[in-house]
Write a protein that binds this ligand. Structure first.
Ligand code: UTP
Length: 480
């Protein structure tokens, strides 16, 4: 690195108030300077002042559109007078699309999982109730089951981040891809953003020669899918739609024929981006809410929805804005390509205030903050929904499809997830005629785990009723 090159970098940084990034430069080896300058060059410096002003130094409130109303959705019960629909036709189309090799799976696994506090990629977290199966294995088995049922490989795309990519790939290799063919599992890292000091807007240094960065949010998936060649691979394989799910929900149906069929075939779906919704647990539940404005479906984050709207009720007392998002979508591959190849395309940033370890510029020592000190900027995938011509929403059931592992304890933790996993297993067994002991409060008086290779939904378990025990013993631990 020549002095002239370094001077030019210094000038560019000074122009945007970030020259402190070179504070330790004269104490670094040439390789370290090279790494730092490479990182600096990857930042869009021209855009920085605007971003910092808008998102770091101020907390711009989302403006609620005047015409905001709840988004319509397909009710779980297809015979509901609210909106009758043909579930069998949707299921048939979905099955055909899977059988014809037009559907793949896509997991966003690039998050940092800071709330869970697990040392490793979140997908490696042991989530199986009894088996302790990692989240990745639960999804892999769901895909394997669908692949066997349709006698064809189903490709799985996994978005990592530069911070957990190698560990994720190594985990799959160590576990022999959980029975899937390695050629059908593709990993690609998402982009990153620098992390900013909350008070000053200055980019933080993780150490003397490395900028502190964070993954750019699950919304970074859209550009990363195209930039990495994932969508090109999908097109080569004839994949037209992907089933999108997060890494922390062991209850997700990795491929749901009904949802796939509705997304691809419903009259009011453009087949670009569709979503599942679940009725909110209560008015203040921390989930985004499906709304509609200017004829477009959108998700409003819980933090942006004013209490007056969050708590608003219908004449029958039910919540008006009731459609919570469990972050389960179908994405059209053509839609992702169209968006990401448009030079004007950019999803908005969302601001998250977090604790980010960094180097003190005066002492050169590492600081482990006790209080949130930094702003991370992230893009959210649901902000692409209004960009679809016509986006549909399908109601689902909380126990059936949502048992997230987000927090170390309390709500949405492994304890609540395992409870939900047992409850769902109990329901499936009861549907198959098995007697499940329940406590006076109605919860199962046993612990049950049903692996995806046994059944991925109640109907599949019912079909196996002959091989099931007639009843489960009180207090038993049962793995099926
Ligand atoms: P969360 O919003 O729960 O974030 O991600 P997180 O990073 O996993 O966890 P916290 O907030 O630090 O505790 C929801 C899903 O989106 C993915 C996550 O891996 C998870 O599947 N995600 C999130 C990404 O793939 N990239 C990101 O930049 C952020």
């Amino acid at each position: 690195m020549t002095t002239a090159t370094l001077d030019s970098v210094r000038q560019k940084l000074a122009a945007v108030g970030q020259e402190h990034l070179l504070t330790f430069c004269d104490r670094l080896g040439p390789d370290e300077v090279g790494v730092l300058v490479e990182q600096i060059n990857a930042i869009d410096l021209d855009a920085l002042p605007g971003l910092i002003e808008r998102y770091v130094l101020s907390d711009q409130q989302f403006e609620i559109p005047d015409d905001l109303e709840p988004a319509p959705y397909y009710p779980r019960d297809p015979a509901s007078p609210v909106r009758p629909w043909d579930r069998d036709a949707a299921a048939e189309l979905g099955e055909k699309l899977i059988a014809d090799g037009k559907v793949g799976c896509f997991t966003v696994a690039g998050g940092q999982g800071s709330r869970l506090g697990y040392d490793g990629p979140k997908g490696c977290y042991p989530a199986g109730v009894i088996s302790g199966k990692p989240l990745f294995q639960i999804f892999a088995e769901g895909i394997l089951a669908a692949s066997r049922a349709h006698a064809r490989p189903i490709p799985w795309y996994i978005m990592t981040s530069p911070l957990n990519h190698d560990a994720t790939v190594a985990f799959f290799m160590e576990h022999n891809f959980f029975g899937l063919c390695a050629d059908d599992v593709m990993f690609f890292p998402q982009g990153t953003m620098p992390s900013f000091d909350k008070a000053t807007g200055k980019i933080l240094l993780a150490d003397r020669h490395t900028i502190a960065t964070n993954p750019d949010g699950h919304g970074g998936a859209l550009k990363a899918m195209v930039a990495s060649g994932a969508t090109a691979d999908m097109q080569k394989r004839g994949i037209e739609h992907v089933s999108y799910f997060q890494v922390d929900n062991p209850h997700v149906r990795v491929l749901d024929p009904v949802f796939i069929g509705l997304h691809a075939g419903a009259d009011d779906s453009s087949g670009e981006m569709s979503s599942k919704m679940l009725p909110k647990a209560d008015a203040k539940e921390k989930v985004g809410v499906f709304c509609r404005s200017c004829g477009r479906t959108m998700v409003v984050e819980y933090s942006d929805l004013p209490d007056a709207l969050a708590c608003q009720t219908n004449p029958d007392g039910s919540l008006r804005f009731n459609a919570g998002s469990p972050a389960i979508h179908m994405l059209g591959v053509g839609f992702v390509e169209k968006l990401a190849r448009d030079p004007e395309f950019a999803l908005p940033y969302h601001r998250a205030v977090k604790k980010v370890p960094h180097v003190d510029l005066e002492t050169g020592k590492r600081v482990e903050p006790i209080e949130p000190n930094a702003v991370k900027l992230e893009r959210f995938v649901f902000d692409a929904i209004p960009l679809a011509e016509s986006s549909i929403v399908l109601e689902t059931d909380r126990v059936e499809e949502f048992a997230p592992v987000k927090n170390k304890d309390g709500v949405d933790s492994i304890v609540t997830s395992k409870r939900l996993q047992t409850e769902r297993a109990a329901r499936w067994l009861e549907a198959a005629g098995v007697k499940v002991p329940r406590k006076p409060d109605g919860s199962p008086d046993c612990v049950i785990e049903i692996g995806p290779l046994t059944a991925t939904c109640a109907e599949e378990l019912v079909a196996k009723r002959e091989s099931l025990p007639p009843e489960i013993e009180r207090g038993a631990s049962v793995v099926l």
